[in-house]
Design a protein around this ligand. Structure first.
Ligand code: GDP
Ligand code: MG
Length: 595
């Protein structure tokens, strides 16, 4: 136990976490040159393409220092706010963290939010200034920022480069010398923290754990404390580049467990593993059932494919425990699913996986957060879709999720950034100058306002010099109304949105304008209206196509054949027929893509 070190790497996106992890694996010969692929830890195709780590992984290295052999467990953390609960569990499995800061960028929002998590868990922080090879690096200024942030000495900061390999030896020495060995009682009852799980269609769910007390042997009967389920430890082992089966994994170490679990949702990150006989007295603190934050409808483009979509969703859920869904019927779109996601990235991932892995073409309706409606009679109604919104006459109040947003930007852009946040119903809580040129802003704002394109806007107004991260702080009462959109005098439920009362007129007008742009002209005139209850607050009209054009394109049987041909030619387009109006995916997002 005294020669084990468990650590994670915390960094803002693109500051070089994956590259540096690769260097550590090379230096410790955990991977041979032949096996070395760039950014080994990012294994899913999607992750590689997007250059981000979606799921966390762990890998064990052996390292000899001053004649002593050490086991170093690197527990990787996902780098996106959608997965912040997993980050917190990975951090809870470690005694130390490498804090990587890009020498040309300095501290960014995600550096800080992850650092706070690490400090909360009493991790030893090793500051690393990465990318010192860059000609435009600013090592002195960035070092001062780091010293201010974590109140360390200048000498504590390790200059490094994931590109040249500079400093990698120093980082490994620091891991051994500065991070404490794990504590815990080797003879006590088993208490192991599940910090991750990975679905494997052949072997069942692989559970990754860190042992706090006791030990686990192959064949043991184990129990997951929070779910109450019992399993046999069919296979346990160490997480090297490949899994290496072992007879026993002991206190302080990290390992994997396989026991034929078939569904990802049976295993909850943050749960505690113990023995059936001689269980531990308490579960490890900090367990939470992760809840979806963003909800959207997913519908097949072709209504015939509903059952196929259901089968695909079921398969996706087998390996993604955080995806939740239930069947939903829309007057406009027919049969589909109301799905809950951890955030917008998660939603995009699911949509992409449906298309790539299952060859489905789907329409996604505008995402919405969850609202809590309190009725006059005291009843609480959960609103996951605008159509769930109760009759306003019976409503006492409605609450929406709020976040604490952390934004770091250049002094030049403070004005516009504050302006944007206020426009998004934010309240400024704090403003701190990190240096004369870089400012940290803290805002409280509704989650619904940042879910969609807030970050894009922030980047535009700050010319790229802004970073953003957030955490949820709870539900608060807001003046919200349901905004309905009528196409050809029919209310289209899939276009409804829940908006703040003061923004309703403006939003309604802009949504109508946007829909007029994105819906193609047809043989007839199409009125588009926005309404609150029965009151129409905005109207636009899509003019009819001129006659001669219609004559060429349409006409009974031919048009149907033509459509079929086009469909075969182009593959399926994300388009749906609403009444007699054809509407593209873009239109379903119109509610969100207006300012
Ligand atoms: P992550 O998002 O923190 O995992 O960052 P990556 O490891 O994916 O690195 C982001 C980008 O920075 C990639 O294009 C890397 O090639 C580059 N990079 C990483 N480390 C260094 C470094 O030390 N020097 C230079 N010049 N580039 C680096
Ligand atoms: Mg990465």
């Amino acid at each position: 136990m005294k020669n084990i070190r468990n650590f994670c790497i915390i960094a803002h996106i693109d500051h070089g976490k994956s590259t540096l992890a690769d260097r550590l694996l090379e230096f410790t010969k955990t991977v041979s040159d032949r096996e070395m692929q760039q950014q080994l830890l990012d294994s899913m195709d999607l992750e590689r393409e997007r250059g981000i780590t979606i799921k966390s992984h762990a890998i064990q290295m052996n390292y000899t220092h001053n004649g002593e052999e050490y086991v170093l467990n690197l527990i990787d953390t996902p780098g996106h706010v959608d997965f912040s609960y997993e980050v917190s569990r990975s951090i809870a499995a470690c005694e130390g963290a490498l804090l990587i800061v890009d020498a040309s960028q300095g501290i960014e929002a995600q550096t800080i939010s992850n650092l706070y998590l690490a400090i909360e868990h009493d991790l030893e922080i090793i500051p690393v200034m990465n990318k010192i090879d860059l000609p435009h690096a600013n090592p002195e200024v960035v070092a001062d920022e780091i010293v201010d942030l974590i109140s360390c000495d200048h000498e504590d900061i390790i200059p490094a480069s994931g590109k040249t390999g500079a400093g990698v030896d120093k980082i490994l020495e620091a891991i051994v010398n500065r991070i404490p060995a794990p504590k815990g009682d080797p003879d006590g009852p088993l208490q192991a923290l599940i910090f991750d799980s990975v679905y494997n269609s052949f072997r069942g769910v692989e559970v990754y754990f860190r042992i706090m007390n006791g030990s686990i042997k192959k064949g043991d009967r184990v129990k997951f404390v929070n779910t109450g389920k019992e399993y046999g430890a069919d296979e346990i082992g160490a997480l090297k580049l490949k899994q290496e089966p072992r007879k026993e994994v002991k206190t302080g170490d990290v390992g994997y467990l396989i026991s034929g679990i078939k569904e990802a949702k049976e295993v909850k990150v943050g749960d505690t593993i113990t023995h059936k006989e001689r269980p531990c007295e308490t579960a490890i603190a900090g367990f939470e059932d992760v809840k979806p934050m963003v909800f959207a409808g997913i519908y097949p483009v072709d209504t015939q494919e509903f059952e196929e979509l259901r089968a695909s969703m079921e398969k996706l859920q087998l390996n993604d425990a955080s995806l939740v869904w239930e069947p939903e019927t829309s007057a406009a779109l027919g049969f589909g699913f109301r799905c809950g996601f951890l955030g917008m990235l998660h939603l995009e991932i699911i949509q992409e996986r449906l298309e790539r892995e299952f060859n489905m073409t789907v329409i996604t309706t505008a995402p919405s957060v969850q609202y809590h409606a309190y009725m006059n009679d005291g009843e609480k109604v959960i609103v996951n879709a605008p159509s769930d919104m109760p009759d306003p006459g019976k409503l006492d109040r409605i609450e929406e999720p709020f976040i604490k947003a952390n934004i770091i930007t250049k002094a030049d852009y403070v004005g516009p950034v504050i302006g944007l946040c206020i426009e998004k119903r934010g309240t400024m809580m704090n403003q701190t100058y990190l240096t004369t040129d870089r400012v940290e802003l803290v805002f409280e704002m509704p989650l619904s306002e940042v879910v969609f394109d807030f970050f894009d806007k922030l980047k535009t107004i700050s010319k790229g010099y802004a970073s953003f991260d957030y955490e949820l702080i709870g539900f608060r009462s807001s003046k919200l109304v349901k905004l309905d959109i009528l196409l050809n005098a029919d209310s289209v439920d899939a276009f409804s949105a829940i908006v703040h009362r003061d923004h309703a007129y403006d939003r309604g007008k802009k949504i109508c304008e946007k829909l007029r742009e994105v819906i193609d002209r047809q043989q007839f005139e199409i009125p588009i209206q926005a309404a609150i209850g029965t009151k129409v607050i905005a109207r636009e009209t899509i003019k009819a196509l001129r006659k001669n054009v219609i004559a060429k394109c349409y006409g009974g049987d031919i048009s149907r054949k033509r459509k079929l041909l086009e469909k075969q030619k182009k593959g399926k387009k994300r388009m749906r027929q609403l009444g007699n109006v054809e509407v593209t995916q873009e239109a379903f997002m119109a509610v969100l893509s207006v300012d």
